[in-house]
Design a protein around this ligand. Structure first.
Ligand code: ADP
Ligand code: TRP
Length: 351
């Protein structure tokens, strides 16, 4: 079951982040960052968009690569149009209160459920030689990211639904144990009717940073890289008879087409598939043309930020300061409730 919302209430607090494991692709953009941009433009609620550099440590990146992808992710956030005056943008590792809350929430996360998490099961296949505890507790750190600001709406793609479910569970267990409504239940957020899932160009599964580079369209790919990748996207051998159902590969390719091309064009190609007159080469050319016209201006804007190191540093610094202010309030309340401060001690009645 997916639990998500497409409305924002007056007292909602918005929190989300993207892992800095590499360059962001169109799945990250349409599933997450585009929603950040629109939220920042359209509503005045508090919102926190961070770069999840700590989560990316689970795959043991070398420090230079991590430094670059953190920086690039920040440039991409800004280049895509998130207004830093309206949204707080920061590096996750700059807010130590989150790390502390992560530790406390670990006491409310159980081994069995962590081991059953879909992303954990996938990751232990992908990096069988590095099954570290950080991978296991990945959803706990994600919950801490959200709950540290008492987040209630979390713009993410479909693949994050289970993590959000776990976040609600950990927060509820905390509230229940300490008999206090500290955390609200955060919901995934999208402006659309369903959470977004951009498929991989391999025709199987979702587009992902950790898959083969040729199966994802990155936000800084050149026009010719975009064209070549779409040209090589996996298809089936063509419909064998009229009105055949779409194969898995073609469902994926049509999903990608829907992102960039007008509805009438998509319908034309669907009709051509149904009457077996479709030419995949033409369809790919159409997608490539439409993708380039959408993505080229975005790329140019990102490039402007990439070369502006000082501005990026200033934005990250100011963002960390604001995020720490909000995080500290939650953490002090949490410590107090847990008995980790001297504030409420009454020595006379304690013996
Ligand atoms: P990746 O799997 O590429 O490493 P992340 O796990 O860092 O991506 O995801 C960052 C954000 O982008 C999350 O909100 C996630 O839901 C969204 N996202 C990632 N891949 C896709 C996709 N293929 N379609 C839609 N949203 C996606
Ligand atoms: N797990 C998310 C991803 O893979 C990144 C992330 C970390 C996140 N902490 C978060 C997303 C908190 C939303 C809220 O992309």
């Amino acid at each position: 079951m997916t639990s998500f919302s497409n409305t924002i209430e007056k007292n909602d607090i918005i929190v989300s982040g993207v892992q800095s494991t590499g360059i962001l692709h169109i799945g990250n953009y349409y599933g997450a960052v585009k929603n950040y941009v629109n939220l920042a433009n359209e509503i005045d609620n508090p919102m926190y968009f961070f770069i999840a550099d700590l989560h990316s440590l689970t795959s043991h990146p070398n420090p230079l690569d991590l430094m670059h992808s953190r920086y690039l992710t920040l440039a991409i956030y800004l280049g895509c149009g998130i207004d830093p005056e309206r949204a707080t943008i920061y590096y996750q590792s700059d807010v130590y209160y989150t790390h502390e809350l992560y530790l406390y929430l670990n006491m409310f996360a159980y081994m069995g459920e962590l081991e059953r998490t879909a992303t954990f099961k996938e990751k232990i296949q992908k990096q069988a030689d590095n099954v570290n505890a950080g991978l296991l507790t990945y959803p706990v750190l994600m919950a801490a990211d959200i709950l540290i600001h008492k987040g209630t709406k979390v713009p993410v793609g479909k693949d994050q639904s289970q993590h959000l479910e776990m976040c609600r569970t950990f927060g509820n267990r905390f509230n229940h144990y300490y008999k206090k409504e500290v955390f609200k239940e955060p919901l995934a957020f999208t402006f659309t009717d369903n959470l977004i899932n951009i498929p991989s160009l391999s025709g199987k599964g979702k587009m992902s940073k950790s898959d083969d580079k040729s199966t994802a369209i990155y936000l800084i790919d050149s026009d010719s890289e975009i064209e070549n990748k779409i040209k090589r996207a996996v298809t089936d051998a063509g419909p064998k008879e009229r009105n055949s159902p779409l194969s898995e590969e073609m469902i994926s390719l049509f999903d990608i087409m829907r992102v960039f091309s007008a509805e009438e064009i998509v319908n034309e190609y669907l009709k051509a598939y149904a009457d077996c007159s479709i030419r995949y080469g033409d369809m790919k050319k159409q997608i490539a043309r439409d993708a380039v016209s959408t993505l080229a201006p975005l790329r140019e804007n990102i490039m402007k930020y990439i070369s502006n190191k000082k501005l990026l540093q200033d934005i990250a610094y100011a963002g960390a300061e604001k995020a720490n202010r909000s995080a500290r309030i939650t953490l002090e309340e949490v410590r107090d409730i847990m008995g980790l401060t001297a504030k409420n001690i009454n020595l006379q009645s304690s013996n």
